[in-house]
Design a protein around this ligand. Structure first.
Ligand SMILES: Cc1cc2nc3c(=O)[nH]c(=O)nc-3n(C[C@H](O)[C@H](O)[C@H](O)COP(=O)(O)OP(=O)(O)OC[C@H]3O[C@@H](n4cnc5c(N)ncnc54)[C@H](O)[C@@H]3O)c2cc1C
Length: 405
């Protein structure tokens, strides 16, 4: 636990959560659940959710009025790290992406009837949701270019478009769809976010896209979707028309803290598995893997890199708490590429240390290796964040670097 940013609340909650994970969730990390579809483990996780509720650990990210604990982003980040030490942690505590981001969004910007109908059951874990922005035909790195449109007709929007990588759409009750509503406006004011129940006629889930050889299902899947003449009431608009990008940015600020702390949790668990193995794997009588300096190098470098990333991310979270996401933009870009790459390096060293065992599903490492490579692509690819950071730095040196048009 990072003591520099610890508070009374994190010091009370984290040991309780850690104990819960070790007792209830780590034992589920078997080859059966790590290689199978999510629907196999989901019923068991639903039972675990009841235990989380009984333990008073439900909705930790929520305001007090909604049964949460009013944690700051910096406090929740530290909890998010612990939950991420198992692939099942966030789901069991109902703090999983993309729902956690949608909860924040609906809290702030949804009109009251939508909050009643969709936010309440989402917070209660009775339904799931997804966020539908990226399209196969356009570079996701430049989200001002979208083909999906929402045209007003009577008191409805009629939505047409093709999306992919809508994570967790399979089985979700609704999507928040990014669609162009104001084609004549400036590029950043053209799109809006609209809540679309996924049982609306015209919504087709084309497929769950295979990722690294596995399509998955339910929450653990990424869907291709078509929206064809999908009609929803105009009251399903989130925020105001043309504010889609602004809301996406707001959603992504805290969202990147959640992701980065999740990356740190994965790195920390991988590190723990690597050290345990290095300490007990005997190369010859009385000589262990951990006796080898090359392995010691893995351990020392990983320790330093995880700790550095954690300090950076928690400092960024604190800055968001104090100054808001807009004022923290450079730090948010920095942590996203820095932490994702750190996690993948540590994970790779942990696999290497385990030898062939590291490639099996007898540990959790291979699961993460397959699923977390995406971390350098979603929520802004490395290159996009590096370019944004460098542009901002160079501005201070009098050079105004042009963005991609
Ligand atoms: C597992 C996963 C889950 C996802 N979940 C969601 C979701 O729930 N909802 C959703 O809407 N989207 C989701 N996405 C999509 C994600 O946001 C996009 O993949 C991402 O924005 C990149 O867009 P793209 O794939 O179109 O790549 P492109 O924009 O085509 O870029 C391709 C590559 O080009 C490079 N590149 C891009 N811009 C620059 C630049 N300016 N300078 C140098 N190099 C550059 C980068 O290396 C990038 O990886 C998900 C993606 C993945 C992999």
């Amino acid at each position: 636990m990072e003591t520099l940013f610890a508070t009374e609340r994190t010091q009370t909650l984290i040991p309780r959560i850690q104990e819960f994970l070790e007792k209830e969730l780590y034992p589920l990390e078997t080859a059966k659940y790590l290689t199978g579809n999510f629907s196999q483990v989901e019923p068991i996780l639903q039972e675990k959710r009841q235990l989380v509720q009984k333990a008073g650990l439900w909705g930790l990210h929520l305001p007090e009025a909604d049964g949460g604990q009013n944690l700051t982003l910096c406090e929740f980040g530290q909890i998010s790290e612990v939950l991420a030490t198992t692939p099942f942690g966030h789901y069991a505590f109902n703090t999983q992406a993309p729902d956690i981001g949608n909860v924040e969004l609906l809290h702030r910007y949804a009109p009251e009837p939508l909050r009643q109908k969709y936010l309440q059951p989402l917070m209660a874990g009775q339904i799931r949701s997804c966020f539908s922005m990226t399209e196969p035909e356009f570079a996701g790195s430049n989200p001002t270019r979208l083909g999906t449109t929402a045209v007003k007709e009577g008191d409805e929007y009629v939505i047409n478009g093709h999306k992919w990588f809508t994570s967790s759409a399979d089985g979700a009750a609704f999507a928040i769809v990014m669609a162009v509503t104001n084609p004549e406006a400036a590029p950043h004011r053209r799109a809006s976010q609209i809540l679309v129940p996924l049982d609306t006629p015209g919504v087709t889930l084309v497929r769950n896209i295979p990722i690294m050889g596995h399509a998955g299902d339910g929450w653990a899947s990424h869907a291709e979707l078509r929206y064809e003449n999908v009609r929803v009431p105009q009251t399903h608009l989130i925020g105001t028309e043309g504010a889609g990008f602004l809301l996406a940015q707001e959603r992504l600020g805290p969202g990147r803290i959640h992701h980065c702390m999740r990356f740190i949790g994965i790195a920390e668990r991988s590190f723990d598995l690597m050290c345990r193995y290095a300490a007990q794997r005997e190369l010859s009588e009385g000589t262990y893997l951990g006796d080898q300096q090359l392995i010691q190098g893995f351990i020392a470098e990983s320790r330093a890199e995880i700790d550095a990333a954690r300090l950076l991310v928690l400092r960024t979270a604190r800055q968001i708490d104090e100054q808001g996401a807009a004022a923290t933009r450079d730090a948010i870009s920095t942590i996203k590429f820095f932490t994702a790459n750190m996690m993948l390096r540590v994970l790779d060293r942990a696999i290497q240390t385990h030898g062939a065992l590291g490639l099996t599903n007898d540990t959790v490492l291979a699961y993460w290796y397959a699923h977390e490579r995406a971390a350098r692509i979603y929520d802004g690819a490395d290159e996009v964040h590096k370019a944004a950071l460098a542009r901002s730095i160079l501005k201070g040196y009098g050079l105004d670097v042009r963005r991609t048009k």
